[in-house]
Design a protein around this ligand. Structure first.
Ligand code: BEZ
Ligand code: MG
Length: 511
């Protein structure tokens, strides 16, 4: 069409012509891919898709594309997961495969092979650095708009699998915020980082406090060292503090806490070796916490391990607290569409957990932001947790297509619904990020609607009671301002479901 794609993406934000061109391109592409997918075989698919695109792309230009697409199609249609699992359990050989996201690297297909992670000395790759850089720029632009100035320090959660799937885009983003970049040695390995000069950076160095998962710690030790080294270089750079927030904060920590500069400059924290997770989710799920401090305590005590210069692990909660005291925003990438904020409890456990800890240390709740790492070009990838939760709730929990599909799975499906309600509640507990209408509609859809409730109770009575209990708890803890009548009705329903559950167990014991 004679349009430069990068240029088009750059113009999307404000340019109506660009927006309509993008819509046209998307519609054309979609129609071509539908024609391709619906054809009986790949040759017919190529012909059909070529015809759909005939107006804008010459057939010859499309030609190299079809073999690649055919390979992708075969990869997606081939499933070796169970077969290879069984083969492996019998001691058989399973062919290797890179680990990545199928969108980023289609060579991961077919799945069901033996993942090799990556070469720890080759990540972040140049492409990941570029994407990390633009993610950092978007995050800073968003925070400047919201806060009216540079954010001095951002707490960032990094996970292992996410960084494996993206060639360490998250690591790249952290380096970009500090204003550092990897140094490639004579063998092409990345074993060090260097600071970009402030004149080239054109903005202050942003401080970061990175809490990495246990899986990240196990897989990406080299990357932990790269980040810590970048922070150390920044902390010791002879630069004005208003242009180098890392140094400004590290010097403040040295003075406040009477610690060495080396200790104060530590910016990567994780679990003790052999331990995983922040346990905030277990407290929330069991309902056994009495005040917010217990949630932040869990996070701070689980995540406060650092590796010292001599390679030993050491508990250093005071260092984590000292660094978090300067944090003005919290952030995590959502790396794919596969798993979202309320699908698993680990997002609120970690991102909510760090937000709750910052709130305790600063006396003020920080904004919680996330980025959709894979997203429509041009659309801003950075969003507030409130916005993303709204989207998730609409797309999944409150979407009839979603819950009908879940119910088709019977017992397990109802358990999935209960889990989403629990994870949503976890975002109330850790970040106060759930709007009242979400609970109103969860109650209306799953508890107060007699037909739906009975369908669920017939499949999984205990998970159904769990949904109602969670709603009552949300009201009890002040996350949801439900009216008296609704609460009374929910109490009745809960009692009834509980009685029935007890009835079932009595029946069992009689038998
Ligand atoms: C990780 O890969 O680090 C991870 C994955 C899922 C939940 C938490 C952490
Ligand atoms: Mg993920």
């Amino acid at each position: 069409m004679g349009i430069d794609y990068a240029d088009l993406c750059a113009r999307l934000g404000s340019d109506l012509v660009a927006q309509s061109q993008m819509r046209e391109i998307e519609a054309l592409g979609r129609s071509a891919m539908l024609a391709y997918a619906e054809a009986p075989d790949v040759e017919a698919g190529a012909r059909a898709a070529t015809a759909r695109l005939a107006q804008v792309v010459p057939a010859a230009q499309l030609k190299p594309f079809w073999p690649k697409l055919a390979e992708l199609r075969t990869g997606l249609l081939t499933n070796h997961e169970l077969q290879n699992l069984l083969h492996g359990l019998r001691g058989g050989f399973i062919p290797p495969s890179p680990s990545n996201d199928a969108v980023r690297n289609p060579a991961v297909l077919p799945t069901g092979r033996n993942l090799f992670a990556l070469d720890p000395y080759r990540v972040p790759t140049p492409a990941a650095m570029q994407r990390g850089e633009s993610l950092a720029t978007e995050l800073l632009a968003r925070l400047r708009t919201d806060q009216g100035g540079w954010p001095e320090s951002i707490a960032i959660v990094l996970w292992g699998t996410d960084n494996l799937k993206s060639d360490c885009e998250g690591v790249a983003q952290v380096l970009a915020l500090i204003g550092a970049r990897p140094v490639v040695d004579e063998l092409g390995n990345i074993a060090d980082v260097t600071l970009r000069p402030l004149s080239e950076l054109g903005r202050p160095r942003i401080d970061v406090v990175v809490t990495v998962s246990g899986i990240f710690r196990d897989l990406l030790g080299n990357q932990m060292r790269l980040i810590d080294r970048a922070a150390y270089l920044a902390a010791t750079a002879d630069e004005p503090p208003e242009w180098n927030f890392v140094r400004a904060h590290v010097l403040a920590q040295v003075a406040e806490q009477r610690i060495s500069l080396e200790e104060a400059a530590i910016r990567v924290f994780t679990n003790a070796p052999g331990s995983y997770g922040a346990n905030v989710n277990f407290l929330v799920e069991s309902g056994t916490w009495e005040n917010d401090e217990q949630l932040s305590d869990a996070f701070l005590s689980r995540k406060s391990f650092v590796r010292t210069a001599d390679g030993q692990w050491r508990e250093a909660r005071h260092l984590l607290e000292g660094a978090l005291r300067h944090v003005q925003a919290t952030f995590q990438n959502i790396d794919s569409f596969e798993v979202g904020l309320t699908d698993i409890d680990n997002y609120y456990e970690n991102l909510g957990g760090v937000a709750k800890s910052v709130e305790r240390l600063r006396g003020q709740a920080p904004p919680v932001l996330v980025a959709d790492a894979i997203n429509t070009p041009g659309a801003s990838r950075v969003a507030s947790i409130e916005t993303m939760l709204r989207l998730e709730t609409r797309a999944k929990l409150l979407n009839p297509k979603w819950h009908e599909a879940m119910l088709a799975h019977g017992f397990a499906g109802v358990r999935e619904i209960e889990a989403r309600v629990g994870h949503t509640y976890g975002w109330s507990a850790t970040a106060n990020a759930v709007e009242g209408w979400v609970y109103d509609e969860i109650a209306a859809t799953y508890a107060l609607d007699d037909t739906m409730r009975e369908r669920m109770a017939a499949l999984n009575p205990s998970a159904t009671a769990g949904v109602v209990r969670r709603l009552l708890e949300a009201a009890g803890r002040g996350f949801w301002a439900a009216d008296e009548a609704t609460l009374n009705r929910l109490q009745e329903i809960y009692q009834d479901l509980e009685d029935r559950l007890e009835g079932i167990s009595e029946e069992r014991s009689v038998r």
